[in-house]
Design a protein around this ligand. Structure first.
Ligand code: EPZ
Length: 441
């Protein structure tokens, strides 16, 4: 398994191009199932999760062709011309829990789907009960058998009113994709308003879907009989944006983030300003500047968008570890999203957990240490912590990073970071995965 070696302690300065959003690319790829015409997705990030979902779609019968190599110019065509298989097996879904996003489109397209329940993951049990309730509201019969969801809509989906009991991002996306081909009108209440949901809705509109209220918690969808293909560019990744802005913050550097915009991280940027960072919009994005003196402590509570993103919680905790004062970080979305805490403690961080709140007493410097990545965002939190320490840190199990950060080492070393990937044993090499995927297309 690959490792990443970092020797930090120096300000990062330069420019980083932000990639397309992983959490927009995944639902957009699944939208290809809603039409028998080609869906072209531009600015598609080269990530393990994208390739894994691509293999699920290939299994279902979606023809995929990939082109473009450099960050920002990747694009792929997903063509679900047919025949489309209705079954997404466990051995594929377990690798990529977002595969549950094929459920809504398959039921909408075929009237039937058999999709493995995704199971939990490191950060929580991750149930999909609300996805299923939403499909039932649209006239789907749902049964669970041997760990599979069997969804049948013999007479097609029917428009209905459905209110999400909890704000769920992929839940909103799944039901939205089902509703666009339902007979009649669907009204969805308490929808997630994350930018990735908006990106999906906008793409569906360009495919001929009739959706009102985009960007608000109330979506009204008038079903159509079919959708056509389109070409659509994936929006910038706001979590990557926030992560690299924090790299400037924790190293006291100055990084211009391009192909993105500051408005994607409203609460995080406000919090970072209170901690001592400054931001300046530019034609291509914005400049994130670390404080001339020490970062200041902060109080953070994660919340659905536009609140503080749970996917940035681990990262800002790294900054809190070296900030002056005591910070409080409360995680309200997932029940087990503090696995970066013991690893940060190995680097000398002083963190106490009380329920779903982490209390962080800032220390002047973190020590280098061998640490273990446990999930996608926890792993990048360790990278940020390592960038602040002038000692050597080895981050193990970096395949977690490859799921959500395209060319992380290249982007950081271009800003002066001393960072290198150490390939060990059977490398889970993303380029191999990419090649396999492209060959399969
Ligand atoms: C999406 O996950 C993101 N993943 C996550 O990003 C992100 O952390 C999360 O939204 C919250 O913003 C993708 O978009 C692919 P939820 P999702 O459904 O949709 C509960 C990353 O690091 N819930 O919004 O699975 C759930 O347990 C990943 O990129 C139910 O109870 O999250 C959680 O407490 C991690 N029943 C809350 O809702 C359901 O049927 C929000 O989860 C669905 C969700």
């Amino acid at each position: 398994m690959d490792k990443i070696k970092i020797i930090g302690g120096r300000p990062l300065t330069g420019q980083i191009r932000i990639s397309g959003a992983k959490n927009a690319a995944l639902p957009l790829m699944c939208a290809s199932l809603l039409t028998n015409e080609p869906l072209i997705l531009k600015n598609l990030p080269q990530l393990a999760d994208v390739f894994t979902l691509g293999s699920v779609l290939s299994h279902l019968g979606v023809k995929t062709t990939y082109k473009g190599e450099a960050v920002g110019d990747h694009q792929a065509t997903f063509h679900a011309q047919g025949p489309i298989l209705p079954e997404a097996p466990y051995d594929l879904v377990r690798k990529m829990r977002a595969s549950v996003l094929v459920l809504g489109p398959l039921v909408a397209r075929l009237g039937y789907a058999k999709v493995s329940l995704p199971g939990g993951c490191a950060i929580g049990s991750r149930p999909v009960d609300i996805h299923l309730k939403g499909l039932e509201a649209l006239g789907t019969d749902i049964t669970l058998e041997d760990g599979y969801v069997i969804a049948q809509a013999k007479n097609g989906l029917k428009g209905a009113e459905f209110s999400f009991p909890t704000i769920t991002v992929t839940g909103t996306e799944n039901i939205l994709m089902a509703a666009v081909l339902a007979q009649g009108t669907t009204r969805l209440l308490n929808c997630a308003v994350e930018p990735e949901v908006t990106d999906l809705a906008r793409c569906l509109q360009t495919m001929g879907a009739k959706i009102e209220g985009i960007g608000t918690p109330i979506l009204t969808i008038t079903g159509v009989s079919s959708l056509h293909g389109t070409s659509y560019s994936v929006l910038p990744d706001r979590i990557e944006t926030g992560t690299y802005a924090m790299a400037a913050g924790i190293t006291g550097g100055e990084i211009e983030l391009i192909s993105t915009n500051l408005d994607l991280i409203p609460t995080a940027s406000q919090t970072l300003e209170m901690m001592g960072m400054s931001f300046k919009k530019t034609d291509q994005g914005f400049i994130a500047k670390g404080p001339s003196r020490r970062l200041q402590a902060a109080e953070i509570v994660t919340d659905p968008y536009p609140g503080f993103a749970t996917d940035l919680q681990a990262q800002i905790m790294a900054l809190a570890c070296v900030a002056e004062g005591v910070s409080f970080i409360t995680e309200t979305i997932f029940e087990n999203r503090f696995m970066h805490v013991p690893e940060l403690a190995r680097m000398g961080a002083d963190i106490t957990i009380k329920g779903n709140t982490a209390i962080i007493k800032g220390t002047q410097h973190l020590k280098g240490a061998p640490v273990m990545a446990t999930d996608l965002r926890a792993s990048v939190s360790l990278v940020l912590a390592a960038l602040s320490s002038s000692e050597e840190t080895m981050v193990n199990r970096v395949y977690h990073l490859d799921r959500g950060y395209e060319e992380l080492e290249n982007k950081l070393s271009a800003c002066g970071a001393i960072i290198e990937r150490v390939r060990e044993g059977s490398t889970h090499d993303i380029s191999e995965t990419a090649q396999t995927f492209k060959a399969a297309g």
